[in-house]
Design a protein around this ligand. Structure first.
Ligand code: CA
Length: 230
């Protein structure tokens, strides 16, 4: 497998340096940007496998970088680095699709675990060979092309949204707890916040349901979790 390239967008040089050092030690190739403008430029023009993106950045703040990257690249995993709890609320409420976040100060071990988990998802996606198409009402999921259509029109989903839908669709009618979804779809057991699941479900519903307030595809089992309608 080729070396994975990670873009670190962080203006605090000591943090950037320690990230670069540890990521390189773990076998990744690292590209650094020290402001939002340069970060955006590198994110769009370089082939990167994952982006670590600080929220508070000079020139252009992290949220704007995220939004602009997502307009062009839907699939590259983006982990937000944040120093404040109110930023976490903002990340969770984002419509533009950060895949994950980590709060400062973070342990390097946790950060590396998150990076690995997010990269592993993209690798398994790339290696998947299923060529099946499943349909649920007016929704069609093409597993090999990672494509979802609604009434034959393509629905733009982030990789995480697609993976969540894919996971639920593998066993329609089966109810999964938020903890279970976090473990199975996000790929790590101990670090996640279950609110992440709710937010991603909400985003998915906004994209695939006719009336997101009264979903017919992704259902809530109150007090337990979520399931896909058969
Ligand atoms: Ca900063």
């Amino acid at each position: 497998m080729s070396t994975k390239k990670i873009l670190v967008v962080e203006d605090e040089k000591p943090i950037s340096d320690i990230l670069k050092f540890n990521l390189e030690k773990s076998g990744y190739e690292v590209l650094c940007a020290y402001d939002g403008g340069d970060g955006l430029n590198k994110a769009l023009n370089e082939s990167v496998d994952l982006i670590l993106l600080d929220v508070m950045l000079p020139v252009m703040e992290g949220f704007d970088v995220l939004k602009k990257v997502r307009e062009v690249k839907q699939n590259v995993p983006i982990l937000m680095l944040t120093a404040r709890e109110e930023e976490v609320d903002k990340i969770l409420g984002l419509e533009w699709g950060a895949d994950d976040y980590i709060t400062k100060p973070f342990s390097m071990r946790e950060l590396l675990a998150r990076v690995k988990a997010n990269l592993r998802r993209t690798v398994s996606e790339a290696e998947a060979v299923a060529s099946e198409i499943a349909t649920f009402g007016n929704l069609a999921i093409n597993y090999s092309r990672y494509e979802v259509t609604k009434n034959s029109e393509i629905v733009e989903l982030t990789l995480r949204e697609f993976e969540l839908l894919k996971f639920l669709s593998a066993q329609p009618g089966m109810v999964f707890s938020r903890e279970m979804l976090l473990e199975k779809v996000w790929g790590y057991e101990y670090f996640g916040d279950v609110r992440t699941v709710d937010v991603t479900i909400r985003r998915l519903r906004e994209k695939i349901e006719d009336d997101p307030a009264h979903p017919l595809v992704i259902m809530t089992k109150r007090g337990i979790g979520y399931y896909l309608n058969k």
